[in-house]
Design a protein around this ligand. Structure first.
Ligand SMILES: [Zn+2]
Ligand SMILES: [Zn+2]
Length: 388
């Protein structure tokens, strides 16, 4: 069990709250606990971060549904797998603080008139730039989810311009502090009781103004590049899992941290198997003769083997047969789920005269072979005799 605080409690909303209510409550709390309003208060900062984390989850329908179902485990399935051959230091399922800046923009841009203010009240814009997080969606088959797989993904991401080392200047050196905003990156002006704050137009909020731009990146300090990355998807991965690949998002500039890459894994529907956690389910149509006589059916197991499922003599419609250890692999474990086969006894159609003849004869001599039917008609008989 996770000891983390409940996200709903943290945001002071009911579990049934609408998205709008959650947003409103978060906004109210965020204004109160924002680090800028409580400089130097570590406890406040932690609280604020945790609120952002909670909001990041609850504002997203899909993540919220996963959280409602699995709690914190939905986002923290503990790394620790794939220790061999993964050049990227392993995946993390842990929820990072990656969505931090996007939440800021979400909530505060409405108040601050553009862009989050960073740098914690020092009065100076942060010259280092954190790389943005990126999202990549990937679809895999149920077989791939079973065995785990490796996928090569291609995406675009920015990285620092090599010519100017991310400074955006022709000489590759740090540009001077912006005179327009005095390095704060923001301009402020008073309007009645309000202080209106906006990004400095001279330096674009960086606090440093480039005079001679680097010809390679036109002064942006970064260049978009095609990226190829091999990612390892672990055996047993659940549908709608988010994998965080640390540091593979957009590159940080001028000493800033790289963003992360978030890979959202969708598991495609399978032709015959439905999955519920580690277990697989399927319905198999069989003839009533086979249901009566017994026999075997052969199924392709999810691991590619053929499995024989025994049908007992006299099996009824809807009977469920459990085939142990032929379900999915369980993530980070050697355990396996089971396969459940439901029998769907099919009534034959388009009979020939000969078949009708045989079945007619069978019907006449098999009254004793249908105990349920017999019992039911005896009850009917009793009802009639009482009525008369
Ligand atoms: Zn400026
Ligand atoms: Zn450059």
């Amino acid at each position: 069990m996770s000891t983390k605080l409940d996200y709903y409690k943290v945001l002071e909303v009911e579990r049934t709250a609408t998205g709008e209510e959650i947003k409103k409550s978060f906004r109210r709390l965020a204004m109160k606990f924002h680090p800028d309003k409580n400089p130097g208060d570590k406890e406040c900062e932690e609280k604020f971060k945790y609120m952002c984390e909670a909001y990041e989850v609850l504002k997203d329908e899909q993540k919220r549904a996963a959280y409602d179902r699995y709690g914190h485990d939905a986002f923290a399935q503990g790394g620790g797998f794939g220790s061999g051959g993964n050049p990227f230091g392993g995946f993390e399922f842990n929820f990072g603080s990656g969505g931090f800046s996007s939440i800021f923009e979400d909530i505060f841009s409405e108040f601050m008139g553009g862009g989050p203010r960073r740098g914690g009240g020092s009065g100076r814009a942060s010259y280092a730039k954190h790389g943005e997080d990126l999202r990549y969606d990937i679809k895999i088959t149920l077989e791939e989810a079973y065995s785990g797989t490796e996928k090569e993904i291609k995406y675009k991401s920015t990285s620092a311009c090599e010519k100017c080392h991310g400074h955006g200047t022709k000489d590759g050196k740090e540009p001077p502090v912006c005179q327009h905003c005095n390095g704060t990156g923001q301009t402020r002006r008073q309007q009645g009781p309000f202080i209106m704050q906006a990004q400095c137009p001279n330096c674009g909020g960086k606090g440093r103004a480039v005079k001679d731009p680097c010809p390679e990146c036109s002064g942006h300090g970064e260049i978009s590049r095609d990226r190829n990355l091999k990612i390892k998807i672990p055996a047993g991965i659940e549908h709608a899992t988010r994998m965080r690949i640390s540091g593979e998002g957009e590159a940080g500039l001028r000493g800033g941290q790289n963003g992360d890459l978030y890979v959202f894994v969708t598991v495609k529907n399978h032709k015959i198997y439905d999955r519920e956690g580690a277990n697989l389910f399927t319905e198999v149509p069989i003839s009533f003769a086979k249901a009566a006589l017994g026999g075997t059916i052969t199924l392709p197991s999810i691991d590619g083997e053929e499995i024989e499922v025994k049908i007992e003599e006299g099996s009824q419609y809807g009977k469920q047969i459990r085939v142990k250890n032929h379900g999915m692999n369980v993530l980070n474990s050697t355990r396996k789920g089971d396969l459940y086969v439901s029998l769907k006894v099919e009534t034959p159609v388009k009979l020939t005269e000969r078949q009708k003849e045989i079945l007619g004869e069978f019907e006449q001599i098999s009254a004793e072979n249908h105990p349920e039917q017999k019992g039911f008609f005896e009850k009917i008989k009793e009802l009639f005799s009482k009525a008369s």
